[in-house]
Design a protein around this ligand. Structure first.
Ligand SMILES: *Cc1c(COP(=O)(O)O)cnc(C)c1O
Length: 361
């Protein structure tokens, strides 16, 4: 059945080998693999769980973590919730995540009370915002950072496991030696003030891995959290390809349902499209237009690359995607399959859509 996302587990495994060589062997960090980009696909997470280089499995959704917490723990890996817990999911967080990222005193108190109830110790990583302006205590609010660390240390069923920063995802700020060094300094200040040792100083996601190759990851950083680098082989700071990885472990295929010669410009008064946007069309004269059975509901058309380089993506509505196949060497016909590599947005949406079949290789 189509549309179909084919996941090449062997290629993902070599990507994992590749990022492990950089992160662990070269960078001296522990390795956290982030599963959310593929919606914690069970075959992918099983491979990750079995891989000896992986120390932590992480996701932003507790539902995803719940699906693999048991097997990950049996394999000796810890599970971690990357997104700050919602008050409504505290019970599941304590149950399925060994560790969670936090920044709010109210949430920390809820976690402590729930951990007491479940007779567990829940590990907490305190998030510090170094300027990307998503989650974490703003780095200039020193007292707030110390007070929150002190609160965690005072709560009996919580353990202050470490500190972390996230960059690039929202503010698009690139991790560098100077901003990440501040995280290292914060780790040292907290360790000194409270006379403790932090297990984890987590220096970011797939946008931080490039610093290892340049020898610029600060000494004190001892963990990276990798989703896209592992799934798509991308350094997301500058968009370069990571050595030892491929970008075609995930292939999306869709089937042609109509193939006709038509003009490239719509005819009549132009209003707005299915998503309220006023479209712009380039006049290419009469072209061969192929419609494939996939749409905006299933994918992000700006995040797909046809394997046939002569196929041109023109646009899509919810359930139809339109291609210009005029310049193709191959003579496409109705029923043919068109294949694409996907980027992060395309991967996320196809993995989430119940209309996209999954297959493994
Ligand atoms: C999604 C996420 C990651 C992984 O990001 P990639 O760019 O896919 O490596 C790491 N940390 C946090 C907090 C995240 O939300």
């Amino acid at each position: 059945m189509y549309p179909k996302l084919t996941i090449d587990i062997q290629k993902l495994k070599s990507n994992l080998d590749g990022v492990a060589r950089i992160t662990k062997d070269q960078g001296g960090c522990s390795l956290m693999i982030v599963t959310k980009g593929l919606c914690a696909d069970p075959v992918m997470t099983e491979m990750v769980t079995r891989h000896p280089a992986v120390d932590f499995l992480a996701d932003s959704r507790i539902k995803n973590i719940a699906s693999y917490a048991d097997s990950a723990r049996k394999a000796g890996k810890q599970t971690l919730l990357l997104r700050l817990p919602m008050a409504c999911e505290i019970e599941e967080v304590v149950k399925y995540a060994d560790i969670s990222f936090n920044s709010e005193p109210e949430t920390l108190r809820l976690l402590d009370a729930e951990a007491a109830k479940q007779e567990a110790t829940h590990k907490v990583v305190l998030m510090i915002d170094l300027g990307d302006l998503r989650e974490g205590i703003f780095f200039e609010n020193e007292q707030d950072i110390y007070d929150t660390a002190e609160l965690i240390l005072s709560l009996k069923n919580l353990e202050l496991y470490g500190i972390a920063v996230n960059l690039t995802c929202y503010g698009a700020i690139i991790p560098k030696n100077d901003n990440l060094s501040q995280l290292g300094e914060w780790a040292e200040k907290i360790e000194k003030k409270f006379n403790i040792k932090l297990q984890m100083v987590s220096g970011g996601n797939s946008s931080s891995i490039y610093l290892i190759g340049k020898g610029e990851l600060p000494e004190k950083i001892n963990n990276l959290r990798l989703g896209e680098a592992f799934l798509l082989g991308n350094d997301t700071a500058y968009g370069s390809k990571l050595p030892g990885t491929t970008d075609d472990a995930l292939i999306l295929e869709a089937q042609i349902i109509e193939l006709k010669e038509k003009p490239s410009l719509p005819i009549g008064e132009v209003g707005v499209d299915a998503f309220g946007q006023k479209p712009y069309y380039e006049d290419r004269g009469i072209i061969q237009r192929a419609i494939i059975g996939i749409g905006q509901q299933d994918t992000d058309i700006g995040s797909m690359e046809p394997l046939d380089g002569q196929v041109d993506i023109l646009g899509a509505s919810s359930d139809h995607m339109i291609l210009d196949v005029s310049k193709c060497g191959k003579a496409y016909k109705v029923g043919d399959i068109v294949a694409f590599k996907v980027g992060y947005g395309g991967m996320l949406k196809t993995a989430t859509s119940p209309y996209v079949e999954k297959a493994y290789r």
